[in-house]
Design a protein around this ligand. Structure first.
Ligand code: MTE
Ligand code: LUZ
Ligand code: MOS
Length: 759
């Protein structure tokens, strides 16, 4: 079934923040952000901006009606800098003007005197200074100390993995309108309407019940709007409070890239110990997370790095430690995978190193260590593993050996163009690791014309969650999907929502919707039972809008029955709640059962590298992916394809560059390269793993949003393998992304040293 939005998307009729009709008197906001990465804010001169044409007001930290604080996890982030600046792009002052242009021009007239302080951009430097966001976190399983002594082979190394710009097509933004009693209606491009509501409440001093947050849909979020949509809404809200006028701010692309955080870069040290039979006996990893200047979501991201540090493998002895290091960069934030991919990259690097030194294919080590059913994760949960089944099915369907053989044959006949192949298994835990977040609500109304309106806490951001919500209602009521409309995500209809994140939105909100619909259905069946003189509601079945009794058609259809229920004063509305059962986690012992289930899969990735020029193409990604029972093949395959391409982009061409002054050099699409249609692999094959296990997704489906991104990690190792097919002595550092430039420099290291190019 198609995405319910596809028609309006193609016709340009879908409504995003910028499409909301403007209210008379709307002002436009723009911010003056810090031009220095670290310093004392000695003085701020806004007088010229205030005098500029069209400017209505300039707002600084002193003017905020409520608290100058937007930190969600830890209160360490002012909305507007007051005494110090901590990164380039930190918000300092807000200009409100009658047009967007006037606001932007006025911002240029603001000047700040900043006394420079030391700038740190490297997480290891921050670590050495003990500048941590939170105390370190660690996982322990078995005893690595003893286990290493018994290992036949031990390898140690370092892996670095860079950040990633979200590059949602719709930039961040918000629009606030004053409502009665001093309240606010906030339109926001956010994954977390409640987070926006809470943040606006804090900064304005208004109680939450006076703040309505409404979200139609996002032009992409990818985690970048889980927490970091808050500031823009807060800015508009403060502007509306102080002027009593509507205020809109839709960021310019360069403002967005400069002022918002990205995927966390990590630097890591690892030590891996194996036996003669290639079993990984012990694994140690130390992660240095580049958190940026404030906590934002760094602590839970750090935790998820630990949760996924052994990927799909069973390792009996694990010690993993993670440090969240404060640097003078914009606070980094959620990004599809939420720290998990970074953890996986490190163990895949360790395995690659071991394989190269032992002169065996990395896939032999990967295969030998896949999680079996009931193997223990380092955090205590036992695996309902599909790691072996997905690997075996992928091997059966695609024939890994044949792909390797074909690459080898090609390589033996080609001097400079080389092919590389890598395998990438994935295991990703589903549930917010913070257990209380795993709840959702849904509000369903059946109207007397038989149409159905659904509201949930889920935010549509292209991932198709609204389509899935409509499918749930259509399925429970047995109605055509056209009779269902999924409405905006609104804090007055659905309160206290978790953000649409952790791939769990369809699971959680889908279950809540299912419960709401089933409750209404049960009432309707009671009404039908009375009308039909039936003995048992179980004998009454709704099918395609008709009512059957004991398999026989009746005179009643959906429309008639709904109206009869209304006449009998039976409620046609329901507000339902769902909370994932059986999950818990205790950070005291760092053990528990944090995930409802895991999503598994295995991919084979093939690349072609031009070893004269350093450029490459990803030829194919072929995967067996665990969907449970997919609710919507079109939507889910789209998620797998999109995730794979985004993962490949992160691992290959997307290079976030900050200079030593903490200035973002890759600050526009001319300097930050993302995959375009030409870099999408010619072949993406997806075979569903039909897992029959009873799991906790809606209608036995499994979450799909994030896990496929991690197949993209295979591209990194495939490129490495191609390079080594050209020159087996080349041993590039594990340092993602593997840009074409880095490929070239690693191939011609000696020459590039002489020529003094590259690092
Ligand atoms: N797909 C599209 N098209 N746009 C997005 O912004 N975000 C991803 C994923 N797929 C995203 C997407 C991320 S980071 C998450 S957590 C999930 O969608 C969230 O949606 P779900 O919980 O409904 O899967
Ligand atoms: N957000 C969050 C997430 O707050 N907790 C999580 O565990 C998580 N996981 C993935 C993506 N976003
Ligand atoms: Mo996704 S990183 O959980 O928004």
């Amino acid at each position: 079934m198609k995405n319910v939005d596809s028609r309006s998307h193609v016709r340009g009729e879908s409504v995003y923040l910028d499409d909301i009709p403007l209210v008379q008197g709307t002002l436009y906001a723009c911010v003056f952000d810090s031009p220095h990465a670290h310093g004392i804010l000695k003085s701020l001169d806004t007088s010229e901006a205030e005098k500029a044409e069209g400017v209505v007001k300039v707002i600084t930290a002193q003017d905020l009606p409520g608290e100058n604080q937007i930190g969600g996890v830890i209160p360490d982030e002012p909305l507007l800098a007051d005494d110090e600046v901590h990164f380039q792009g930190m918000l300092v002052a807000i200009v409100l003007a009658v047009s967007e242009e006037a606001a932007r021009l006025a911002v240029k007239k603001i000047t700040a005197e900043i006394e420079p302080l030391e700038i740190v951009t490297d997480p290891r430097v921050a670590y050495a200074k003990n500048d941590l966001i939170v105390p370190p976190k660690a996982f322990h399983l078995g005893d690595t100390h003893t286990a290493f002594r018994a290992c036949d082979h031990i390898f140690e190394g370092r892996a670095d993995v860079n950040g990633q710009e979200h590059l949602y097509i719709e930039t961040q933004g918000a629009y606030t309108i004053p409502t009665e009693a001093g309240g606010l209606r906030v339109y926001s491009s956010t994954q977390g309407p409640t987070a926006v509501q809470r943040c606006v409440s804090r900064v304005t001093g208004l109680p939450m019940h006076l703040i309505e947050v409404d979200v139609q849909r996002l032009g992409g979020g990818f985690g970048g709007k889980e927490d970091q949509a808050n500031a823009w809404a807060a800015i508009c809200a403060v502007g509306t409070m102080l002027t009593k006028r509507p205020v809109k701010y839709a960021l310019h692309r360069m403002e967005d890239m400069r002022m918002t955080g990205k995927r966390h870069p990590y630097s890591a040290d690892y030590k891996i110990g194996l036996n003669k039979d290639l079993k990984i006996v012990a694994y140690e990893a130390v992660f240095y997370q580049n958190a940026g200047a404030a906590a934002d979501l760094s602590p839970p991201v750090l935790e998820r790095t630990l949760f996924h540090c052994t990927n799909s493998y069973y390792v009996p002895n694990v010690t993993a430690t993670a440090y969240s290091c404060r640097t003078n960069l914009p606070p980094n934030t959620a990004f599809r995978g939420f720290g998990g991919p970074q953890g996986m990259f490190v163990i895949e690097s360790a395995i690659a190193q071991a394989a190269e030194h032992l002169n065996v294919p990395a896939s032999d080590i990967q295969r030998a260590n896949l999680l079996q059913v009931d193997d223990e994760f380092p955090y205590g949960q036992l695996a309902e593993s599909e790691a072996v089944t997905s690997w075996e099915q992928a091997d059966g369907a695609f024939d890994f050996a044949r792909h390797q053989r074909e690459a080898d044959e090609f390589n033996s006949n080609s001097k400079y163009i080389k092919k590389g192949v890598a395998l990438m298994p994935v295991c990703f835990g589903i549930s917010f690791t913070k257990t209380p977040m795993n709840q959702a609500r849904s509000l369903v109304h059946v109207y007397t014309d038989g149409s159905v309106a659904v509201s949930t806490g889920a935010v549509e951001m292209g991932q198709g969650v609204n389509t899935k919500m409509a499918q749930v209602a259509a399925r429970v009521f047995s109605l055509p999907i056209e009779r269902i409309k999924v409405h905006t995500t609104n804090t007055l209809r659905i309160a206290n929502t978790s953000p649409t994140a952790a791939s769990a939105a369809a699971d959680l909100n889908g279950r809540a919707t299912q419960i709401a619909c089933e409750t209404i259905l049960a009432r309707l069946k009671e009404v039908a039972k009375g009308l039909l003189g039936a003995e048992n509601t179980a004998d009454i079945v709704f099918e395609n809008g008709f009512i059957f009794h004991k398999g026989e058609p009746t005179d009643w259809d959906w429309l008639k029955l709904v109206n009869e229920a209304q006449m009998q004063r039976v409620s046609l509305s329901e507000h339902s709640h769902y909370a994932t059962a059986g999950i818990h986690f205790d950070w005291g012992t760092a053990k528990g059962h944090p995930f409802a289930y895991h999503v598994y899969g295995a991919a084979i990735v093939g690349v072609t590298v031009d070893c004269l020029r350093g450029i490459y193409e990803v030829d194919y990604v072929k995967t067996v992916h665990d969907f449970g029972h997919t609710m919507n093949k079109a939507v889910d395959y789209g998620q797998v394809e999109g995730g794979i391409v985004q993962g490949i982009g992160w691992m290959t061409m997307e290079e976030v560059v900050y200079d030593e002054q903490g200035k973002l050099r890759s600050n526009a699409l001319s300097t930050y390269k993302i995959p375009d249609i030409y870099s999408v692999p010619k072949t993406i094959d997806i075979i569903p793993l039909e897992t029959s296990r009873e799991n906790l997704g809606v209608f036995s489906s499994k979450a799909v949003g994030e896990p496929p991104l991690m197949y993209g990690i295979g591209a990194y190792f495939a490129i490495r393998n191609a390079i080594r097919a050209y020159n087996s002595t080349v041993d590039p550092a594990f340092d993602a992304p593997f840009t074409a430039e880095k490929v070239l420099m690693s191939l011609y290291r000696e020459i590039s040293k002489e020529m003094k190019v590259g690092k």
